[in-house]
Write a protein that binds this ligand. Structure first.
Ligand code: ZN
Length: 411
């Protein structure tokens, strides 16, 4: 068997001829050419006259028996009547990529399942490079329009890079999938989603779960006025958590003795847990609280009571309980809780809509947890688009298999 034939079988790429082979210090370098003679435009795919020849370029392909394998080819530039002067199309890689498609697909498969170190080490590429590859894999593999058929969606913001940057994520509650993600968290960010959705599909939206941020409320009311706004219960509860924290800090600062201060400091976790998750020690601390600090205890009861209201299943009962909660919080003489009470009063409709529908971003909790794990993994990417790519790769239903091939087959 001739060595070029052997290599063509091993490399296994469609419309690719092998014309030579050499070793470099790094591994094997296989000289290749497209099987077509006349160059094709990378903008539109048409055959075009060549313009000039560029110097050799290399592309990383899947390793061969554990050895690095690169393809090498002198690309031409073409003069396309439609697109102008562009580099020619090559059959084995996307424009602008230094990797073949099978290599990229394999990276995508691993990135869906493995941590950062495993992917980088196994594929011998930097993690930041994985971010770029993932974006191309997503563009290639996303089939159909993910924005079709949406009726109930959830919108959430993610903070990224130590809270300096934000990404807005739209989830389809029906399919439990991410359907859209974009950098930013203001009204314009979400309006860009509704723009893409278009008028017809906006009208089909029945409900949107969001947090109580004014910008998301504005965007939803403007773009899809008929959709019911549902405030995410976990965001509502977080308001009470934050208020309780504020009360606790103020009490720590005003404590008169060191022992009192230490006692208060130790309550932080106990105050935030659900009562049935408390450890023995935390339980003791809480039991002492009514006597130790009545203001903090009142805050704790308010926090627990709000969760209780949201657990109700009958809307009329929940409405009455919520009204009672609001007046209790307003009379509590705890500044942070009075502020929460006013917010809850202004948003009562959307909060009760949760009780009516049971819909919440938390319902897709598994998905949310996954997205948050990805956010930590995406830390080494150079931009939010890397994170967005990873979220789409892992949470939008793209199925990838490990890349293998057999004699006579081709990638
Ligand atoms: Zn063209």
């Amino acid at each position: 068997m001739r060595i070029t034939r052997l290599l063509r079988e091993l490399v296994g790429l469609k419309e690719t001829r092998v014309v030579g082979v050499n070793f470099s210090a790094e591994g094997l370098v296989v000289d290749v050419k497209p099987t077509w003679r006349r160059p094709r435009c990378s903008g539109c795919g048409r055959r075009c006259p060549g313009y000039d020849q560029q110097r050799g370029r290399t592309w990383r392909h899947l390793d061969l028996a554990g050895m690095l394998l690169h393809l090498r080819y002198d690309t031409r530039r073409v003069e396309c009547r439609r697109c102008g002067i562009l580099v020619e199309l090559v059959p084995w890689a996307e424009i602008g990529s230094w990797f073949t498609r099978p290599f990229e697909d394999h990276v995508g498969y691993l990135a869906q399942r493995c941590d950062q170190t495993t992917v980088s080490k196994q594929m011998r590429i930097a993690w930041a490079t994985v971010g770029d590859i993932v974006q191309r894999v997503v563009a290639r593999r996303q089939d159909g329009d993910p924005l079709d058929g949406l009726t109930i969606i959830g919108v959430d913001e993610l903070s990224y890079r130590r809270h300096h940057e934000y990404v807005t994520v739209v989830v389809d509650h029906g399919g439990g999938k991410v359907v859209w993600a974009h950098e930013g968290k203001n009204a314009d960010t979400l309006l860009a989603f509704f723009d893409e959705l278009g008028l017809e599909r906006c009208k089909k939206l029945e409900a949107v779960t969001i947090d109580m941020s004014a910008s998301y409320i504005k965007a939803v009311t403007q773009a899809s006025p008929e959709a019911q706004i549902i405030f995410d219960r976990f965001h509502v509860q977080r308001l009470a958590h934050d208020a309780l924290d504020e009360v606790r800090r103020a009490e720590v600062n005003q404590a008169e003795t060191d022992a009192e201060r230490r006692g208060l400091k130790g309550t932080r976790w106990a105050l935030h847990k659900n009562p049935w998750n408390l450890t023995g020690l935390e339980h003791d601390k809480l039991s002492a609280l009514p006597r130790a600090n009545r203001r903090l205890y009142r805050g704790y009861l308010l926090k627990e009571a709000l969760a209780g209201v949201l657990d109700r299943r009958q809307v009329n009962v929940a409405k009455r309980k919520l009204d009672e909660w609001i007046s209790w919080a307003l009379r509590s003489r705890l500044g942070p809780f009075r502020r929460v009470a006013r917010t809850v009063r202004d948003h009562a409709d959307g909060i009760l809509a949760y009780v009516r529908s049971g819909l919440s971003n938390g319902r897709t909790e598994g998905l949310n947890g996954k997205i948050r794990t990805l956010t930590r993994r995406a830390y080494g990417f150079h931009s939010a688009s890397g994170l967005i790519g990873l979220i789409k790769l892992c949470c939008s239903g793209i199925r990838l298999e490990p890349v293998f091939h057999w004699p006579g087959g081709a990638h």
